[in-house]
Design a protein around this ligand. Structure first.
Ligand code: ATP
Length: 122
């Protein structure tokens, strides 16, 4: 806690910590790297097919949702491993549920990609 510093300084420091966390995710997590590659391909497809403003909004929102949930999933996994490094049924369930959240968002992202891009091929 850094309560004595001015509000704005604390906010800037928090953004710095968040940025550091994002870099750690991108540098160390294979799943985030994979999701980022998919995001770049889909962004490229967006420019190639000249998708509409509404389609860009849906696409950017889904990319943000999947990447941020993937980050939260990584954080839950790290926390679970730190708290309980040994095998435990509950840890397994906790990790499965966190992964399940990413899966739900991924299904929605694929569905939105189908809605946007399938008509471009027909
Ligand atoms: N300590 C544990 N106790 C019980 N089951 C576990 C434990 N650790 C992992 N598991 C099981 O293995 C699965 C994969 O866990 P793990 O931590 O390896 O995640 P991962 O999906 O491989 O993550 P990443 O892709 O980031 O490496 C979990 O969803 C859970 O079912």
């Amino acid at each position: 806690m850094s309560e004595k510093k001015p509000f704005i300084i604390n906010r800037i420091k928090s953004v710095g910590y968040a940025f550091k966390g994002m870099l750690i995710l991108i540098k160390t997590e294979a799943s985030i790297k994979t999701q980022l590659c998919i995001a770049l391909v889909v962004i490229g497809a967006g420019f190639y097919f000249d998708i509409s403003k509404t389609e860009w909004i849906a696409q950017i929102a889904m990319i943000g949702l999947v990447l941020s949930l993937e980050g939260m999933n990584t954080s839950v996994e790290a926390l679970a491993d730190f708290i309980h490094p040994d095998f435990h049924e509950k840890i397994g369930t906790i990790k499965d549920v966190a992964a399940g959240a990413v899966f739900i968002a991924s299904i929605a992202a694929v569905a939105i990609a189908c809605v946007i891009y399938i008509p471009k091929f027909t």
